[in-house]
Design a protein around this ligand. Structure first.
Ligand code: FAD
Ligand code: NAD
Length: 463
């Protein structure tokens, strides 16, 4: 069977590649090896973790922490979170399937591997193999948790970000190894559900690439929830038996916990693809691409987690679309600059653009304007006493260099600043704008006024 384009993987990147091809009238097929559609985006990553987080978040909003510490109700809460997760996955999977069917994209179940640069062999669950060909091939095979051989993963007490989603009993204590996004999101969920959570990380700060003051708000919230930190520490050994887990740190400290979540990065799903048969260049399994997401073989594209950072569902979707537009239109699709990032902790963190550290490293003259949610009427109404919106501006042209937010709705609010940046606006545009009142968005105006006030002061003092 011959297609215009074959897409390997039904995650966010593969879906959007397929829909773009269908919109262009191309004959497209998606190959998926798992029985369920949606990849890590729907089945094991973005959506399930956010659905579970919602239950934990609502608990914190309703002041339910005391109730959560009662052993009986805590287990019920995990059941709520699992139910919410499973319901959302089932609904979303059906939406994706309907969209695939409506768009005329063929869905081929089975494991794909290259025969040559235009031919893919697909092996179904019964072991039958058939070959299909296409002018263009898009690799969207995604990634999986990194699982070092010396960590005794067992799906019960030594967990990764996939198996922790399938827990049926809430542990009394959880040690999270890692201080990145996955680690922090699960710390939020399990601490809010009343689990005694500890974190080990080799860095001095959680989410070490983010602004210190923003992360400090998160760290304070974790401390309030009783989270214990072992920072600038490394794990020497994790062992487990029927009574739980024992983690020994390089410093010699030992931590006992019912369960361990190991969250230290991800690995590409490229080993089964046999990319060498098509002559594709890869480094440690990550596929190398140019600015059009084209691999070293011109008719083969790679998108999503398979090409490495930023490795987000949001960016993967856009990469899938851009790759197909380029493959069939021949023209570069320009994605707007300034990709946003949201960390769905409790409280949320979101940012776009540069951090203060990056601005300093690049010797850009800058200043910072801040607005605290507690100083806005909306912040008072919803009771967010810690929220912070921070603008970094270039003092030469008053343009926004970065927006950093921690607090309620951070993941939504960030898009206002992102649009100002992408439309080449300045901090004066935020001052001139009228925001609904009372809203958290109004914090943009407060932070912008803080910036312009500082600019005027500098003019007056000649500094
Ligand atoms: C816990 C967690 C939380 C996350 N939260 C967020 C978030 O809040 N926001 C965000 O933007 N991103 C988030 N991410 C990241 C996001 O899930 C990924 O960036 C995204 O899923 C990658 O999409 P993808 O299409 O590249 O790959 P995937 O979603 O991994 O899909 C790849 C698909 O390819 C299939 N496949 C692989 N090899 C083959 C083969 N040989 N043959 C056939 N099929 C194959 C796989 O079975 C899989 O279904 C999170 C990730 C995790 C783990
Ligand atoms: N809200 C979101 O958008 C969201 C949420 C979860 C995951 N994700 C995606 O999933 C990806 C993986 O998440 P993550 O938390 O595992 O990654 P991460 O990069 O945020 O954090 C990984 C941590 O593990 C450490 N680490 C990585 N490789 C290591 C190694 N070989 N040895 C020792 N330490 C190592 C890093 O220093 C870091 O502290 C993220 O990059 C992100 O793209 C996104």
């Amino acid at each position: 069977m011959n297609y215009d384009v074959i897409i390997i993987g039904s995650g966010p990147a593969g879906q959007h590649a397929a829909w773009q091809a269908a919109r262009m009238g191309k004959r497209a097929a998606i190959i998926e090896r798992k029985p369920n559609l949606g990849g890590a985006g729907l089945q094991t990553g973005t959506i399930p973790s956010k659905a579970m987080r919602e239950v934990a978040y609502q608990l914190t909003r309703s002041g339910g922490m005391r109730q959560a510490h009662d052993g009986r109700s805590r287990h019920g809460l995990l059941a709520d979170a699992v139910r919410r997760k499973e319901g959302v996955i089932a609904q979303q999977e059906s939406v994706i399937l309907q969209r695939i069917l409506r768009s005329g994209v063929a869905l081929i179940p089975g494991e794909a591997c290259f025969v040559d640069a235009h031919t893919i062999a697909v092996t179904d669950q019964a072991g039958n193999t058939r070959q299909i060909t296409a002018d263009v091939i898009v690799l969207a095979a995604g990634s999986r948790p990194r699982r070092p051989a010396d960590v005794p993963f067992n799906k019960k007490s030594v967990l990764d970000s996939t198996s922790i989603l399938n827990l049926r009993h809430l542990p009394d204590s959880l040690l999270v190894v890692g201080g990145g996004v996955i680690a922090c999101e699960f710390v939020s969920i399990f601490a809010a559900l009343g689990v005694a959570v500890s974190v080990v990380d080799s860095h001095a700060q959680l989410l070490e690439y983010l602004s210190e003051d923003v992360v400090a708000v998160l760290a304070d919230s974790f401390l309030d929830m009783g989270v214990k930190f072992y920072m600038q520490e490394r794990v020497a050994q994790i062992s487990c038996d029927d009574s739980g887990t024992l983690t020994t740190l390089v410093s010699g400290a030992q931590i006992r916990a019912d369960a361990v979540l190991y969250a230290q990065g991800r690995e590409p799903n490229s080993e089964g693809l046999q990319v060498a048969r098509a002559g594709i260049a890869a480094k440690d399994g990550w596929i190398a691409v140019n600015q059009h997401f084209q691999t070293s073989v011109p008719n083969i594209f790679a998108v999503g987690d398979l090409i490495g950072r930023p490795a987000l569902a949001s960016t993967g979707m856009e990469q899938g679309r851009a790759a197909v537009l380029y493959a069939f239109g021949g023209e570069a699709h320009v994605t707007a600059d300034n990709l946003p990032m949201a960390v769905y902790t409790i409280p949320e963190i979101s940012y776009v653009g540069k951090t203060e550290r990056e601005v300093q490293q690049e010797n850009i003259p800058y200043l910072i304007g801040r607005a605290y949610f507690k100083d806005s009427a909306r912040g008072q109404i919803i009771g967010d006493a810690q929220g912070l919106l921070k603008l970094i501006i270039d003092t030469r042209n008053e343009k926004l260099l970065g927006v950093h937010i921690v607090g309620e709705q951070a993941s939504e609010l960030v898009h206002i600043g992102q649009l100002v940046m992408n439309l080449n606006g300045t901090v004066r545009d935020l001052v001139a704008n009228v925001f609904n009142y009372p809203t958290l968005a109004e914090c943009y105006k407060l932070a912008a006024l803080d910036c312009t006030h500082q600019l005027e002061q500098r003019k007056l003092t000649g500094v």
